[in-house]
Design a protein around this ligand. Structure first.
Ligand SMILES: NC(=O)C1=CN([C@@H]2O[C@H](COP(=O)(O)OP(=O)(O)OC[C@H]3O[C@@H](n4cnc5c(N)ncnc54)[C@H](OP(=O)(O)O)[C@@H]3O)[C@@H](O)[C@H]2O)[C@@H](O)CC1
Ligand SMILES: Nc1ncnc2c1ncn2[C@@H]1O[C@H](COP(=O)(O)OP(=O)(O)O)[C@@H](O)[C@H]1O
Ligand SMILES: [K+]
Length: 507
């Protein structure tokens, strides 16, 4: 499922109209009817439904919805919340069809009586503004939206909660808080951004007949279980341990032995063929009892921290994950040259490894294998010399620009994790929940990503699938044996078994 900007949506609309010859009125009819089919699952004929209609094409959809629901036997009152001259073009054509059907149209005269009338509604359908919103809401729509948000009714937004911008970069905006949003054709970027996604409530996408096959792809898509099932690696019956990757995880210290242990255990639980742990000498006895299947490489240390990477036997591995539980010392930054000179195969750089790589970004594009950076927004802000607020505002464009400029994969972690290739293709993976907002969750993710990267023919698939496995495991555990409070990163590792059983039995 593609993710689009407002501009990309309008381009699709124009190709449908100009190239295919579908009229704008017909598209609006399709949109309204598709939305009615979808929302019919959420409403009943004994409920009082109010459709609020604004001045653009989103309002036009509202006229179709009001007419269609009424003809299907629902109790619907339509409210036009803008003046008559604002209803033009295709929306005006549908207003006429609504009126010609003999249905009554309320006009919002004053806010007090409007508010009083809407108190009676069980369901509000918000067709006030769609992707055409520009800037903060102007009166009286700001007051209309504020009234709407205070009503007890269940709120369904058409395409987008009115007032929420479609694209990145939203700062201050007033908006409808929807319980459910019925999105037309493709989710817009704002459905995935931290500042805007909560206003969508639950959401679903309906198809209205746009010719997507005639369009340039947006190179931005949602990654779900269906996509994962199609691309999940298959273990051949005659495979041997060398077939599934020989990885090394580099990190940990006397002070943070658990981080690298969790990465290693997660990699082992995710099917890696052989795994070595290169860590500070003093932490080996602490973690070895927990990791019987791994081998160890003892690194020189300084005050319990890894001092250098000299003892890593690079020739034995075809993949590396580095950075968990190391520290930000300049001597280790210099050691990153070792990594680029001697490592073989994909490298995943996480946590404090991201701090060290900042000085070495110029080496990434020349490394003959994939370089994968897995920052959270704070780490990405550090990498790009921006604020976390800017990263949260523009995560799609910032990660795309960064990945292309440096020839790296970026996995920007969060409730909507954005995975970007060096060519700028993007996938968004939204599984997981607040149970993951704990130290250690990212260490587990790195282990899963290393293991899947070494077992998959496509790094991009491996990264998207790894994020999905991680998030789906958290979702299942917090629905069954755990809560979002008590879930630990180590529980996540144990829970991987059931997730892999699901994915591998389906392939
Ligand atoms: N494929 C498609 O794309 C299809 C799209 N379709 C539908 O069309 C929707 C997009 O329609 P759109 O372009 O007419 O924009 P829309 O969101 O209705 O807003 C325009 C109105 O908003 C007003 N307005 C703007 N900012 C404002 C503010 N801050 N405060 C107050 N008012 C503000 C602006 O007023 P003006 O500035 O002109 O005075 C104008 O009246 C899309 O979301 C989907 O639902 C389907 O029907 C069919 C296929
Ligand atoms: N509220 C949340 N909803 C969904 N996923 C989350 C949430 N909070 C954190 N995560 C996931 O948990 C992981 C946290 O990684 P990170 O911040 O690097 O943690 P750490 O380095 O402490 O282990 C990421 O995969 C992130 O996507
Ligand atoms: K809307």
């Amino acid at each position: 499922m593609e993710i689009v900007t407002a501009q990309e949506m309008y381009e699709r609309d124009q190709v449908a109209i100009q190239t295919v010859g579908v009229s704008g009125v017909m598209l609006m009819e399709n949109a309204g009817r598709a939305i009615c089919d979808d929302v019919a699952k959420k409403i009943t004929t004994d409920q009082r439904i109010a459709v609020l209609i604004g001045g653009g094409n989103n309002g036009g959809d509202g006229f179709v919805i009001a007419r269609t629901l009424r003809t299907r036997g629902f109790q619907v009152e339509a409210w036009q919340v803008v003046s008559d001259e604002k209803i033009t073009g295709d929306a005006h054509a549908h207003k006429e069809m609504y009126m010609n059907s003999g249905f009554y149209l309320h006009h919002m005269e004053d806010l007090t009586s409007f508010q009083k009338a809407l108190q009676q509604a069980d369901v509000i359908i918000d067709a006030i503004l769609g992707i055409g919103v520009r800037g903060p809401l102007r009166p009286p729509l700001d007051q209309v939206v504020s009234i709407l948000n205070d009503l007890p009714a269940y709120t369904i937004s058409v395409d987008i909660p009115s007032g929420v911008p479609a694209d990145e970069g939203a700062e201050d905006f007033e908006r409808v808080q929807a319980d459910y949003t019925c999105i037309i054709e493709a989710p817009k970027m704002s459905a995935f951004l931290q500042s805007t996604s909560p206003y969508y409530g639950e959401w679903n996408v309906v198809e209205i007949g746009l010719p997507n096959h005639l369009m340039d792809q947006a190179n931005r898509e949602v990654w779900n279980v269906q996509e994962a099932l199609r691309s999940f690696p298959v273990r051949a019956p005659h495979s041997h341990k060398g077939s599934h990757g020989k990885g090394v995880v580099i990190g940990g210290s006397y002070h943070m032995p658990g981080s690298i242990a969790m990465t290693a255990k997660a990699a082992l639980r995710s099917g890696i063929g052989l795994l070595a742990i290169a860590t500070s000498k003093s932490s080996i006895p602490m973690i070895a009892p927990y990791l019987q299947e791994a081998t160890f490489q003892s690194l020189q240390e300084e005050d319990g921290w890894i001092r250098n990477l000299k003892n890593v036997d690079w020739s034995a591995f075809d993949g590396v994950a580095i950075g968990m539980g190391i520290r930000r010392s300049t001597s280790l930054t210099a050691q990153m040259d070792e990594l680029f000179t001697h490592a073989n195969g994909p490298m995943i750089i996480d946590a404090d490894g991201i701090y060290h790589i900042k000085e070495k970004l110029d080496k990434c594009a020349g490394y003959p294998h994939p370089v994968i950076l897995t920052p959270h927004p704070g780490e990405f802000a550090y990498l790009t010399d921006c604020s976390i607020a800017e990263v949260m505002q523009f995560p799609f464009s910032m990660t795309r620009n960064f990945a292309k400029a440096n020839g790296v994969y970026v996995v920007l972690k969060g409730p909507s994790t954005i995975i970007t290739t060096p060519e700028g293709q993007q996938r968004v993976e939204t599984s997981g929940n607040e149970g993951l907002a704990k130290g250690g969750s990212g260490d587990v993710l790195s282990g899963i990503l290393l293991a899947l990267t070494l077992q998959s023919s496509s790094v991009f698939d491996a990264l998207a699938n790894g994020c999905l496995v991680h998030g789906k495991t958290a979702e299942r555990l917090t629905k069954t044996t755990h809560s979002t409070f008590d879930l630990l990163a180590t529980d996540l590792i144990d829970g991987l078994s059931e997730t892999f059983r699901t994915f591998s039995s389906s392939t």
